[in-house]
Ligand binder design. Structure first.
Ligand SMILES: Nc1ncnc2c1ncn2[C@@H]1O[C@H](COP(=O)(O)OP(=O)(O)OP(=O)(O)O)[C@@H](O)[C@H]1O
Length: 503
């Protein structure tokens, strides 16, 4: 049962309350009456409605989130959590779908025996995760009777509360996942990730590393994996946008990704997250983000070796991998998702044609070399020089960048998008078509198909062009080295999704 919520007691000073605590006067601090506040509620901003007393005297708290537009240069807060108190007769009928089930609070995946963890990734996206946690998520959870637990409090998972891990460096999430993987109770955990895609890939691979028997087969007893909830505070947030894509159509205006993420957190259902395994040739090294402007320096000598990575989004070689790597400098990062466009413009000036052979295994077939390209006249050409080789499990790499329009949430199908040495201008044209809901896959130069396995063998001399990308992590292979990508059979994570997309 929820405790009686007194919003005035929530710690975040950022909450705008439209009542004076007496339940009668209903005046907000700026004089707005609750009646007005109810009329002015924006449906797309509503996160949930909470009934605070029994049926006979029912009162409701309507929680909504307003966000400052990224294009607004003002110095206002990025997020404002609003709470409106309404009597039963004041509650608009069309808000009933946001009403949380009073007999099931907190929702079952957020209360014992499930243990809840929150991961706040401080370097994700525009670095808003700490603020979002403090001014939005923490007060919302508190309204449901869930509070942050300190180290000294009940550490055995009992009681209603959660632990918070704030990232201190690029290893924090992997280390956290390692602990989770080793303690044997991971299946009872719900991890709320305030991050971008990097948080997911770090969690997947941290869990994998803590499981030395991991070989991807379904044989043997697989322990139940933890469940993740995504709050999209990164740059691309590909996994989040792909899982929520069906919710971006229909409603007008469409709720923001963060509002959708909060709704899914509270009302979603766990579903197995499809994943893939990218294996690498001996000598492959995990490369950390560049610290300066794009550079062709070979950083790989200082980097740890890696023989495989798990991913849930994308494995690529060519323009996409170079773009992810070269846009990940502090100078580009301050520009949020614009960094991809800025770095792309620089890369397209070089218009490098990547020297590789690509083998593909299609359903029921063998791994066969070579992949063919079509030129703009529809003639087939055997490929050795590529601009783009990308294998994906998801539809979108950014909210509006639809790399694989046939992909559906959780469909567990790898798809390959590729094109040959088409030059910088054509590459740009293809990328722009992807922003038009995936129109690029209809272009003559672009190959697009369902695949079971892809292997790219890279012949480049210069290490700059030997980078491959797995969900944003960059691996450099040796000259003549390879990356091989196939679906991972074993269930590694579950993810909370809206009921409309759950299988
Ligand atoms: N305090 C920190 N110091 C150094 N690195 C950090 C810190 N916190 C997080 N990181 C790293 O920053 C990266 C953030 O990646 P994340 O994917 O969450 O955001 P993003 O790259 O902006 O979004 P997306 O991948 O969705 O485009 C991760 O590699 C993470 O390990």
């Amino acid at each position: 049962m929820p405790r009686e919520t007194t919003v005035a007691a929530t710690p975040a000073s950022d909450i705008h309350e439209y009542h004076d605590g007496s339940h009668n006067a209903l005046k907000s601090p700026n004089g707005e009456t609750a009646e007005n506040a109810i009329t002015e509620l924006k449906r797309e901003e509503i996160v949930f409605v909470l009934q605070t007393s029994d049926e006979a005297n029912a009162e409701y708290l309507i929680y909504s989130l307003s966000e400052r537009s990224p294009t607004d240069d003002g110095d206002g807060k990025p997020f404002t959590l609003n709470v409106v108190r309404a009597q039963k007769q004041q509650l608009p009928e069309n808000l009933s779908e946001f009403l949380l089930d009073r007999d099931n609070l907190p929702p079952s995946h957020l209360r014992p025996p499930h243990e809840m963890h929150i991961v706040v990734s401080t370097r994700s996206g525009l670095r808003l995760a700490p603020d979002f946690y403090k001014s939005v998520l923490r007060p919302l959870l508190e309204a449901l009777g869930l509070e942050e637990r300190g180290e000294s409090q009940d550490g055995n998972g009992n009681g209603q509360g959660y632990r918070v891990t704030v990232t201190k460096d690029s290893n924090t999430v992997r280390d956290f996942a390692g602990e989770l993987g080793r303690d044997g109770t991971a299946g009872q955990r719900t991890v709320i990730l305030l991050s971008g895609d990097g948080g997911v890939v770090d969690l997947l691979n941290g869990l994998d590393k803590a499981d030395p028997q991991s070989n991807g087969s379904r044989s043997g007893e697989s322990p139940t994996p933890p469940t993740i909830a995504l709050l999209p505070l990164g740059t691309g947030n590909a996994l989040f946008h792909s899982l929520h894509k069906p919710l971006y159509t229909g409603a007008d205006p469409v709720p923001t990704p963060l509002v959708l993420g909060l709704r899914t957190l509270l009302k979603g259902t766990p579903a197995p997250l499809p994943t893939f395994r990218a294996s690498f040739s001996p000598g492959a090294k995990l490369v950390s983000a560049p610290t300066d402007t794009p550079s062709i320096k070979d950083h790989a000598n200082e980097e740890p070796p890696v023989d495989h990575l798990l991913g849930a989004i994308v494995a690529s070689y060519g323009f996409h991998a170079s773009l992810v790597w070269e846009s990940d400098t502090p100078a580009y990062r301050v520009h949020g998702d614009k960094r991809f466009g800025m770095a792309a413009a620089e890369l397209l000036k070089v218009s490098h044609a990547y020297d590789a052979t690509v083998a593909v295994r299609r359903r029921g077939g063998e791994l066969v070399t070579n992949l063919y390209h079509q030129d703009s006249d529809g003639n087939k050409r055997e490929g050795q020089r590529f601009n783009y080789v990308l294998t994906t499990l998801v539809s979108n790499l950014e909210k509006t960048f639809t790399i694989s329009p046939a992909s559906r949430p959780l469909d567990d199908q790898l798809r390959l998008v590729h094109f040959g040495d088409v030059g910088g201008d054509k590459t740009m044209e293809i990328m722009m078509a992807a922003y038009r809901d995936g129109e690029h896959v209809g272009m003559a130069e672009v190959g697009y198909e369902e695949v079971e396995e892809v292997m790219a063998t890279i012949a480049e001399e210069d290490p700059r062009w030997r980078k491959v990308c797995v969900d944003g992590s960059i691996v450099e292979v040796e000259k003549g080295g390879w990356m091989r990508v196939r679906r991972e059979e074993r269930e590694r994570l579950r993810v909370l999704v809206d009921a409309a997309v759950a299988r």
